[in-house]
Ligand binder design. Structure first.
Ligand code: C2G
Length: 444
């Protein structure tokens, strides 16, 4: 008798799960299915699991494919189960290719092709809708998005669009999703869009996605003109769609905790915020060659402006830019200084100059400091006049951290406004305004 085992969360049970179990059963005579517990999913950083363990087990049972159902509750359990249940074949979807090769010493490992598209028929029969996300763009960040989206339950990356068909096809093949040649077909297959194309194309893509009734998550900087940001937010609101700027720091748990403490009175009234982010980049990259939209401030300014605008608001009285430029006029290093009636903010960004990336928030009773990479906040300290009086805080930041913004985007779509405060429309608009002023002053 050939004994097969597979594992999964099986949340919001869909045809991808069904087909996986069906083929897993066909691999042998006896199928064991391991369903993950909430605790284990939390541990491995899977967010937003909706159905209870009981419901998920019940959904697996109803397929009739499982001869036995067990629960998976800890890392390392797969190896133990293989021994314990005398397993011949371990199988899982091809979105995990390579990941479980370490089990090959103990049994056969089979990756079954994952189901590319979750069809609308299946979705209609569900109470809770799965958001089918389509990606526009195939660059670095789009490649990070897919594994992160996989860890947010309730979203499924369906496909990709890039006017350069070749790039779209390669990307689609790599991630086992669909590539679309026509924007219309792309929109027809999805519910929401992740815009990860070059900066100067964001505005048009956001507008067209909203026109097609799609929610939009757009990579930062969303747009580079205040008026465009205002127009797009108003348009989305009019159509009851979510438009969301993906500045990932804003949504990560550690940063949210840091802001909460800064505003709690623990360090008194806030008077100064200094945020620095530098990253040495290759000289031939887009950041150094795109004469209009390259340079350090456009690349990194959104991160550094974020804590300033979160702390002091969008009504600064003055903003001044000091830059050190490359031969082609692009800024290698920029200091943006913000003045408020009761505070000062400095956003320092560098692509060709390395500095200590740090976030410092100073108040009338103490200060908060988060060292680099504070934009992926995992740890920060609160200091007071007495140098021995230091409080330390830490929080999790898993993977590339995009899962947090994807999860909040999904909550907003599903009607919860509890994460709206993390980056408000007016804050996004203000940031677009600062970027616009920077471009105007430095590039004309
Ligand atoms: N799956 C699929 N097609 C989809 C979606 C999922 O074939 N469109 C497969 C997955 O590859 C997995 C199974 O269905 O084999 C369950 O998927 P999830 O519930 O998303 O569970 P997952 O996070 O993949 O957990 O320890 C758990 C395992 O590592 C797998």
């Amino acid at each position: 008798m050939t004994r097969v085992i597979t594992y999964g969360t099986f949340d919001l049970f869909h045809e991808g799960h069904y087909r996986l179990l069906q083929r897993a059963k066909q691999l042998g005579d006896y199928l064991i299915v391991g369903v993950t517990t909430e605790g284990y999913d939390q541990n491995r950083g899977k967010l937003n699991v909706v159905d209870s363990l009981m419901t998920r087990i019940e959904n697996v049972r109803k397929t009739g494919f499982a001869d036995e159902i067990i629960i998976e509750e800890s890392p390392g359990q797969k190896f133990r189960d293989i021994k314990k249940y005398h397993i011949d074949i371990f199988t899982v979807g091809s979105d995990w290719v390579g990941h479980f090769d370490y089990l090959k010493d103990y049994c056969q490992v089979v990756y079954l092709e994952r189901t590319k598209n979750i069809s609308s028929t299946m979705l209609r029969s569900q109470k809770k809708h799965i958001q089918r996300i389509g990606i526009i763009g195939t660059g670095r960040i789009a490649n990070r998005f897919i594994p992160e989206a996989k860890l947010v339950s309730g979203v499924s990356v369906q496909g990709v669009y890039n006017p350069h068909t070749e790039s779209a096809l390669n990307f689609a093949e790599k991630w086992e999703i669909e590539a679309y040649r026509e924007l219309e077909d792309f929109y027809n297959a999805i519910d929401s869009v992740y815009v990860a194309s070059p900066h100067d194309t964001h505005y048009e893509y956001i507008k067209s996605a909203l026109m097609h009734g799609k929610h939009v998550l757009c990579e930062k900087p969303m747009v580079l003109q205040k008026e465009q940001a205002e127009e797009l937010f108003a348009y989305a609101k009019e159509r009851s769609l979510i438009l969301f700027e993906g500045v990932k720091t804003a949504y990560c748990p550690g940063f949210t905790q840091l802001l909460g403490i800064a505003c709690s009175g623990m360090i008194g009234s806030i008077r100064n915020v200094e945020a620095c982010f530098t990253k040495l980049e290759k000289k031939d990259g887009r950041e150094f060659t795109d004469l209009r939209y390259g340079g350090s401030f456009i690349e990194l300014g959104s991160y550094c402006m974020l804590p300033i605008i979160k702390m002091f608001g969008d009504e600064f009285t003055e903003v001044r830019f000091d830059t050190i430029d490359n031969d082609n006029g692009l800024d290698l290093f920029t200091k943006a200084s913000f003045k408020y009636p009761n505070g000062i903010g400095t956003a320092t960004c560098g692509l060709g100059v390395k500095s200590e990336g740090r976030l410092l928030i100073s108040g009338t009773k103490g200060y908060i400091v988060a060292e680099a990479p504070w934009w992926k906040t995992t740890y920060f300290e609160v200091h007071h006049e007495n140098p021995n009086d230091v409080e330390k805080y830490s929080d999790r930041f898993l993977g590339d951290g995009l899962r947090y913004e994807i999860s909040d985007f999904l909550s907003l779509i599903n009607g919860s406004s509890k994460s709206e405060f993390k980056l408000t429309r007016s804050e996004s608009i203000a940031m677009a305004g600062v970027l616009e002023k920077f471009i105007e002053e430095k590039r004309g």
